[in-house]
Design a protein around this ligand. Sequence first.
Ligand code: PA5
Length: 467
Amino acid sequence: MIKLDFANTTQEIIQEEGLDLRKSFSDYAPKIREIITNLNMNKDKPGSWLQWMNLGYSEETVWYVKEFAAMVEGRFDNILVLGIGGSALGAMALCEALLKPYWNLLDKEKRENLPRIFFLDNIDPDQINALLDILDLRKTLVNVITKSGSTAETMSQFMIIKDRLYELLGDDYRKNVVATTDKQTGILRQLANEEGYKTFVVPDDVGGRFSVFSAVGLVPLALVGIDIDEITRGIKIMDLALKNTDIHNNIAAQSALIHYLMDKEKGKYISVMMPYSSRLKYVSDWYVQLWAESLAKEYDRSGNRINNGPTPIKALGATDQHSQIQLYNEGKNDKVITFIRVDEFDCELNIPNIFEYTGVNYLGGKSINKLLNAEADATAAALCDYRRPNLTIHLPKINEYYLAQLFYMFEMQTAIIGELYNINAFNQPGVEQAKNYAYALMGRLGYEESAQELREKIDRSRKIMEQ
Ligand code: PA5
């Protein structure tokens, strides 16, 4: 199992900046028990948005995804995923972590005949155009993913690509499309029915940022040969562990409570996610969305305006030691830093014993692995000297089983801290507002009033600048 080390958040290590966790764990034990019990009790309640807790047990989905992957095996050179936010970040992070580094640059043999994979999660015209120049769309399977079925970024990309596919393949183009969307509603569902696309379902009551273990994430992962049975095994074992209502035995509850108390009692509301592995770089991107969209809310569940805002930041070790660590050590003491440390890398890379009579000879004969983990330990120790709280998650290896544990643990941690804050962690009114304004600006039917309102706002700003 993955492990959490929170010693560096305690008073014993960072004095007055730390927490008295013996006392806090005992004070909050009843509250945590209640939260975990309620989450498990309500997970099947429609409208509670807790269906993500059941995804590890959805054998049917795993079976259909594997069947589809087997059916298209060898037919495509490329997978192109169209999606944004929760519809892209999870699979992107897992592919980056689980595929061999530089996957798309490897030749077919080294990829064991599996396709390359590309994610388009933005609408930068230059980027889209450049990608379309590289890809042979005839040999590309396009997985368009949108739960709502109408997100402008994803649907505009799909419209461009569908048009090109049709030009190349005529009616057969539909064999190159697989859509992941709501089972009944939305424009993409309607199109899929009319055009006859192969489809997968985003289950009800699973929000985008909690959807990585549904077909949203599993389809792209399976298409590039990632072992989704091992993913399921990892989720289940972690789910079992996190059903434990005793905070002393539940790492998601421990980390959630520490972050909550650091924010409420110590003014440390910024959560830095810093894996020490380039392969885990996009885990931080996924975490940032999960934390930000789930926990930043204007109102609590009782209707009080609280503007809750624990702020996530992404960092990468060792790279950001030379960029952000100065801030974390000597800047405002308002952050909690979480390191992810990999115990065993896939390979051991030794530094040759050359340059013997120079100042770098201490490196010779050691491994880069040792250096990276020594830097993680050193950074944590230095943070403690400056009395900065930090936690370390130990990942035994980078593989499907442990990453599934990690992702599920973060999801549960987010759900628990959401309850501690007394907010709804599963909606995102702030995102919807901007989406609606974008629809209005692009002239979508039904958004005329918002468009008028927006034009007035834009005029007001313009006038201020002219003055
Ligand atoms: O987490 C979320 O709910 C969002 O990030 C959505 O995933 C994102 O806005 C994309 O929405 P959709 O899947 O409807 O295209």
